[in-house]
Write a protein that binds this ligand. Sequence first.
Ligand code: COA
Length: 339
Amino acid sequence: MHKISEPLATRHSQILGVGDYRPSRIVPNLEIVDLIDSSDEWIRERSGIESRRYASADESVVDMSVAAGQKALTAAGITAAQLSAVIVATVTYPFQTPSAATDVTLRLGNPNAAAFDISAACAGFCYGVGMASDMVRTHSAEYVLLIGVEKLSDFTDPTDRGTAFIFADGAGAIVIGPSDRPKIAPMIWGSDATAREAIVMQPSWLELRNPDGLANSGNIGWPDIKMQGQTVFRWAVYQMAPIGLKAIEAAGITVDQLDVFIPHQANIRIIDAMAKAMKLPEGITIARDVRVSGNTSAASIPLAMAALYDSGEVKSGQLALLIGFGAGLVYAAQVVELP
Ligand code: COA
């Protein structure tokens, strides 16, 4: 019997460049409040959100991905032709197949890279970091473009008081490639699937095709996100801090050695509560991009990372804890060295 030959020894991986794309249309709270009987003050106090961006009708998930991806490639000093794989994390690409990633790699000018999408909601980007890192480490890929992108304005009911002010649009991207030393620590990931009904996008396409057999009451016009806000809030605040601490431990560092915290940008109160629960050191840089970007699900961590570079708050070589969590309920976290 033949045996598969010894695989190449695993190597290390790193993030090589970051890119973002923010739609030009800024939507302040005052533009949202009338339809949900709310106020600028209430939204700021409960979520920290001051404004968000909405893509225009002709601006697609793929358009935003390509723009962010090109910026990340330039920052990494890599051409699209050098990519072995393109991964798109999203829950708002409006086609089940073929994937958004195939269109992205085609439009970037590399129609032969491996390409697929990840459906892990607000944890999708961190899932992707772990997967891309392992692909590079085990020689399944040389360079991987990972994009987190959402056009949540297409799937949010503007009259839903629990979601209309939260969700928004944008794209962020990174390139992951080989490294001479470890710069992406192991991913801590998992789910709490018993709570999978806490955030849903309903109704299903089958129900839309056959409204007579509708399982869900209410909306039969279009799939929108529905959320049990308090359930999600409590889960994030109490369950995610221990996951962040496990990721720090997996990186072989202590909390005091962390420079930057870039959590999923769900809500400023969740971010602050997690930082407190993990006892992050004074003076650590904490991403609070949610204030001007809203919650962009899979895009929120790379968008927040790019914003920290733009504001000069982070520099190359710093250690950042990333943590994504959301619909599923699913989560993933890892420590990375910033490029
Ligand atoms: N504007 C004004 N008032 C609102 C409102 C809105 N948009 N939505 C609810 N309210 C009112 C309610 O009517 C209620 O009033 P009452 O006390 O007089 O009955 C009060 O505010 C509290 O409502 P509640 O639904 O308990 O709000 P909350 O304190 O849980 O805050 C969220 C709502 C959505 C901000 C909060 O639950 C949250 O941040 N959840 C996590 C959401 C999230 O980040 N999801 C993404 C995870 S990936």
